[in-house]
Design a binder for this molecule. Sequence first.
Ligand code: FES
Length: 194
Amino acid sequence: MSEILLQIDGKEVKAQEGMTILEAARSAGIFIPTLCYHEELEPFGGCRLCIVELESRGSTRLVVSCVYLAEKNLVVRTRSEKIDRIRKMILELLLAHAPDSFVLEDLAKEYGADRNRFGKEPSFCIHCGLCVRYCAEVAKKSAIGFVDRGIHKEISFIPEIAARECMSCRKCFPLCPTEALQAAYVLTMGLTAP
Ligand code: FES
């Protein structure tokens, strides 16, 4: 694999071809916030929190850093007024669904997001898909999935599989940025209890 050089936040960064911008930034100790990224999972690009700006010939464009591949001579900015404004909006929308999430609360402080900007619609799940993808891709159990679509979309354990597999695994629990996963599990197990 060949090495490429790019610039992130004014710093020259060495990356391997095939790395995403997020991976290149992390390898250089540059922080980009994420909610749906996990190094063991296929890129998902769902939450959009990891957006960055690419500069080229005086203009800029936004890309999702966890899916966009690093390229030779790219000039990347991980913070700007525009990026911060978008991250703030994303966080405000997510806080309407998961107002008690510590992860979101910390990020909200960083980006000055107002937790009360949008009316509360607590569903607790923010659809990052970490649990669903981890269970399918790494644990290979597929004990949890998404049900429904659009604003009604939510996670749900598949009772027959969960009853057999989850008690001894639970590796997805620490990945959840809200309390939704544990709540869904407890509910499922409660419903399947004899
Ligand atoms: S971390 Fe990149 S879109 Fe969620």
